[in-house]
Write a protein that binds this ligand. Structure first.
Ligand SMILES: Nc1ncnc2c1ncn2[C@@H]1O[C@H](COP(=O)(O)OP(=O)(O)OP(=O)(O)O)[C@@H](O)[C@H]1O
Length: 641
């Protein structure tokens, strides 16, 4: 079909017409026209249709669901009652939920009655600011949308409930676990008269993370008469099941990009027009290089690109890989601030590091895992580097899509090793995700350059044995991740060039692991290293290592009576551990005896009551554990070795 050129794509031309204040809000955001997905989805969702929306990354899906949701809430017959919920937005990660909340708040700032109540949870002072203008008052019954963000982490479910009750919030945004928790309270109502719409953002990711049960429980608490929307850049087959149970005759909206396919299957000047699942403004490239050439190539790319990339994202396969490379990269990529972010970081660190990357004014690289693959909208990111291909082909689109957003130029480079990994190019092409060889800048790496980079890395590792541990742990986790690749016929552990991989990581030796059992190469990688004197920087850890080593040496001297120093602090570490364990055992035995005596003294009724309470506690404990697991899944990154 020929593209329609005469369509009025302004927000003002949408039908049903948008409220004046929304037009004012989008205008102040600098948005002149709707994006294609907004043009298609806003009217549909505002009318009475459920929608399943698939549109490329960075195409403006957030406003495509936020605008209809608020418009619908303001068109309800009566204002939402106190402690009733009007709409819910579910997101797979905390960062994404927070981002949606931020966009919604900037929209609501243009609706005076709602704006007056924004961010009530953050205002915990009892002090009146004498200089602040008086808060405007509105007649009772004035319609207001009051959002609440539910994330878990440091805020307890009780605090969430208290905020809900105190502030009468009516639009909930959050991750599934916390949402379900709040909806389970008898004080929170989702009645037919007030509940209007549900949105599942990145629905396929919600399912990948194992939130299916939670989603079903949430759906069961909502009235059947509602509007539901699913939004993602990749709607997988798994989502169909969710569509069947949660949506009614949904309208499917798929916004794809047309690209001309080059004869070799990549995009180019000639060839037929094909659908693409990635934005036109995003250049998707690859480099095929031996593993140890990847980091020197990244260094060259960074120094050759004009203008110099200010914010880039580098994806690694596992959290432990990030833990290691965060110490190495500042040496290899001098002049760049390396900001680590992964799901095993405590909530506080995760938030602090993400803010650090957002706010940085010097060239920075976010070193991360798939935790930051989806939804994050950082417009100034113009370069995405994938040191390895992601295990899930869908993730590929989302990772690359952190650059080239909203029509801005972006570049995503994927690094592949020669041989079987090159089949990944065709694998992606048939999935409407064509990638082309990187030609500008033209990157070539010599063996000397690769060796110099490995040596640089080793120099850093040699300073502190703790880095050696991190390297070994990270490498093992990488191997495990590699072995779990979805495209298992392309990414095969038996094809890994271990020597190359070892040099690429700057390892001082290859770890002992089952995958290397039959390998006949040199595990020392040709590196002469005296591990007996290789010390930890941390004094306590070093003392411990020495004690362990002594113990080991002593145990090797067969038949020779071991000298155990009298001073307990100098005793071998394992011996101290044994003593501690014996004490612990004695303490447990004593406690068990006391408990036995106590139970024996109870009456029949008391025993029954105690059994009942124990059962209740067990159920609660299980629920807490399940919830913790769900929260942890929030931070899941495909590989959590
Ligand atoms: N009408 C518009 N015109 C120009 N820019 C827009 C418009 N609507 C949204 N944007 C901008 O586009 C960027 C991407 O939007 P958004 O994060 O909603 O994309 P998305 O489709 O949800 O992406 P992803 O699939 O990666 O989550 C944002 O920076 C947003 O401010």
């Amino acid at each position: 079909m020929a593209p329609q050129t005469n369509i009025d794509r302004s927000f003002g031309a949408l039908t049903p017409a948008l409220s004046e204040w929304i037009l004012e809000a989008v205008d102040s955001m600098g948005f002149v026209k709707t994006t294609p997905v907004q043009h298609a989805a806003i009217p549909m969702f505002m009318k009475n249709s459920d929608v399943v929306v698939e549109a490329v990354t960075g195409s403006g899906k957030t406003l495509a669901f936020l605008i209809p949701i608020v418009e619908r809430l303001f068109r309800l017959d009566a204002p939402i009652k106190k402690h009733h919920v009007g709409a819910i937005i579910i997101s797979p990660t905390r960062e994404l939920a927070t981002q949606i909340h931020t966009v919604l708040s900037s929209l609501l700032r243009f609706h005076a009655p709602s704006a007056a109540l924004l961010d009530p949870a953050q205002d915990d002072t009892d002090m009146e600011d004498a200089d602040a203008p008086p808060k405007p008052t509105f007649p009772p019954g004035t319609l207001k949308v009051i959002p609440q963000l539910l994330l878990g982490g440091s805020i307890t479910p009780a605090q969430d409930l208290s905020c809900f009750l105190k502030s009468s919030t009516n639009l909930l945004i959050g991750t599934p676990g916390r949402l379900l928790e709040l909806l389970s309270s008898p004080h929170v109502h989702c009645s037919q008269s007030s509940f209007d719409a549900l949105v599942l953002d990145e629905a396929d990711r919600l399912l990948d993370l194992g939130f299916k049960d939670d989603l079903q429980k949430i759906l069961s608490r909502l009235p059947k008469q509602r509007r539901t929307g699913l939004f993602s850049a990749s709607v997988s087959e798994a989502v169909d099941q969710l569509i069947r149970v949660g949506l009614r005759n949904p309208v499917r909206i798929a916004v794809k990009v047309k690209a001309r396919a080059a004869p070799n299957g990549t995009t180019g000047e000639t060839g037929a027009i094909e659908d693409k699942k990635t934005p036109a403004s995003l250049q998707m490239s690859y480099l095929v290089l031996p593993a140890s050439h990847k980091l020197p190539a990244i260094k060259k790319v960074l120094s050759s690109l004009q203008p110099r990339p200010q914010k880039s994202i580098m994806y690694l396969a596992t959290c432990y890989s990030v833990d290691y490379f965060q110490h190495i990269l500042p040496e290899v990529l001098k002049g760049y601030t390396i900001v680590p972010l992964h799901g095993k970081h405590p909530d506080k660190v995760r938030r602090r590091n993400f803010a650090k990357f957002l706010d940085s004014v010097t060239p920075s690289i976010l070193l991360t895992t798939d935790v930051a693959a989806r939804g994050l909208d950082i417009p100034s990111v113009d370069l995405v580097l994938q040191l390895d291909a992601p295990s899930d082909p869908k993730t590929f689109i989302h990772r690359c899509g952190r650059a080239g957003r909203a029509g801005r130029k972006g570049l995503a480079i994927t690094f592949l090793t020669p041989g079987r990994e090159e089949d990944y190019i065709e694998f992606l092409r048939v999935r409407q995700t064509p990638i082309s060889p990187l030609t500008k800048p033209d990157i070539t790496i010599t063996a000397e350059e690769a060796e110099a980079t490995s040596n640089k890395m080793r120099k850093v590792v040699k300073i502190d044995r703790a880095l050696f541990d991190k390297a070994q742990r990270g490498f093992v986790s990488w191997v495990r991740a590699y072995s779990k690749h979805t495209a298992s016929s392309i990414f095969r552990v038996q094809d890994v060039d271990w020597t190359e991989a070892g040099h690429a990581w700057g390892l001082l030796k290859l770890p002992s692991m089952p995958e290397l059992k039959k390998w006949e190469g040199d595990r020392s990688l040709g590196i002469a290293m005296d591990f007996a004197t290789y010390a930890y920087k941390d004094k306590v850890r070093e003392q411990q290592r020495k004690a362990e080593q002594e113990e080991y040496e002593a145990s090797k001297t067969e038949g020779k009576k071991r000298h155990v120093p009298e001073n307990k602090r100098e005793a071998a570490w394992t011996q101290q551990k044994d003593q501690k364990a014996t004490k612990e055992l004695r303490r447990e035995k004593k406690a068990a005896r006391r408990e036995h005596e106590r139970v024996a003294a109870l009456t029949q009724e008391e025993r029954k009551e105690e059994e009942r309470l124990k059962g209740m506690i067990e159920v609660m404990r299980r629920q807490v554990k399940e919830k913790e697991e769900r929260d942890a899944a929030d931070a899941f990154e495909g590989f959590s070795d």
